[in-house]
Design a protein. Structure first.
Length: 84
């Protein structure tokens, strides 16, 4: 799952989920996502029949998650060229 900055389009945080033991690889998907009433937690319903609650990384800062817009832009352009 990627978390994007609305104004710049930069993916500032990535999170991966772990499927429950015994689940198939095909059951690795998110069916629904909704923020709670406070808007600080994201609740997801996943294909492996789990409900997960995600919260913001409170220790994150500009130093721990630097924004490299030039590098990000180059990466996006390169990916777009490969697709088309």
């Amino acid at each position: 799952m990627n978390f994007w900055d609305y104004s710049s389009g930069y993916a500032f945080q990535r999170a991966t989920t772990v499927a429950q033991p015994g689940s198939l690889d095909a059951e690795n998907g998110i069916f629904a996502a909704e923020f709670d009433l406070t808007g600080t937690r994201l609740i997801t319903c996943e294909a492996d029949k789990t409900v997960k609650i995600w919260k913001e990384d409170e220790r994150a800062s500009e130093l721990s998650h630097p924004v490299d817009l030039k590098g990000w832009r180059k990466k996006c352009i390169a990916e777009a060229r490969r697709r088309y």
